[in-house]
Write a protein that binds this ligand. Structure first.
Ligand SMILES: [Zn+2]
Length: 254
């Protein structure tokens, strides 16, 4: 067993047996790992290592069973995510997605960096719905569904209005809409927007703003994609849906 140093993001921290604790961390160098903390009340790490915290860890990483933390430094809490109800719900959701998208112990530094970048932008008060949509769309490749929304699967044209077809696992341009009567009938501007999100680098995101109506339609489109290609709805996602339902109820009362 060798000591290593790696950055990590705490996915969750939960009680284990009577006095111990398990902390799941997405580490930059070793993927997601479960760290065992014996006698949690006496541990100097447990209070610092809560969800939505990143830190540099000195640790012993074991390929089977638990890993162990020797020391932590550069602890950073995502304060706004911890305090803001909506940001917390959406951040919980993308963290839960990252957790199911790859196996524990699987090295994926690109996904780690992307997750950190999205959380930092959420923490800075950027639009959590837009950031979540971008994360979801780009994450589909980790579920084995590399999405291409930029061209028609039949003729490769990119300049015509498009719709999505599960029969072709891709887009049809309006000249080829007749190839699939069960195409999704998504508005072309939503396909266009989703394609932008799929290819956007977060640096250029600062300037993007999306109308509420388009956000709703995009939400619907991505839900359909996840139903078909992922098939798992996390509890965090169910919570977001119920939040939207409540928002609707409150608006109706006005
Ligand atoms: Zn076509």
């Amino acid at each position: 067993m060798e000591e290593v140093v790696t950055n990590g993001l705490v996915l969750y921290s939960r009680a284990y047996k009577e006095r111990d604790r398990l902390i799941k961390v997405y580490t930059e160098k070793f993927g997601k790992r479960q760290f065992f903390i014996k006698n949690a009340v006496n541990s100097k790490f447990v209070a610092s290592l809560q969800a939505f915290t990143s830190a540099e860890l000195v640790a012993t990483i074991n390929d089977s069973g638990f890993s162990f933390i020797q020391d932590i430094s550069e602890v950073k809490h995502y304060q706004r995510i911890l305090e803001d109800f909506e940001a917390n719900a959406y951040a919980s959701y993308i963290v839960s997605l990252a957790d199911i998208a790859i196996e524990d112990g699987e090295y994926d530094a690109a996904l780690y960096a992307f997750l950190i970048q999205i959380l930092e932008m959420m923490n800075r008060g950027k639009d959590v719905k837009v950031l979540t949509n971008i994360f979801e769309l780009q994450l589909l490749s980790r579920f084995g569904s590399g999405l291409n929304l930029s061209e028609c699967v039949i003729c490769a044209r990119q300049d015509l209005p498009m719709d999505y077809s599960f029969a072709f696992n891709g887009c049809l341009c309006q000249d080829h809409f007749d190839r699939d009567s069960h195409r999704l009938h998504i508005e072309p501007n939503i396909i266009y927007l989703a394609n932008q999100f799929l290819n956007i680098s977060l640096e250029t995101l600062e300037s993007i703003s999306v109308k509420d109506e388009n956000k709703k339609q995009l939400r619907k489109f991505i839900d359909i994609l996840y139903d078909e290609y992922v098939g798992i709805e996390t509890n965090a996602k169910k919570f977001i849906n119920s939040m939207d339902d409540w928002a609707g109820v409150l608006k109706d009362k006005k």
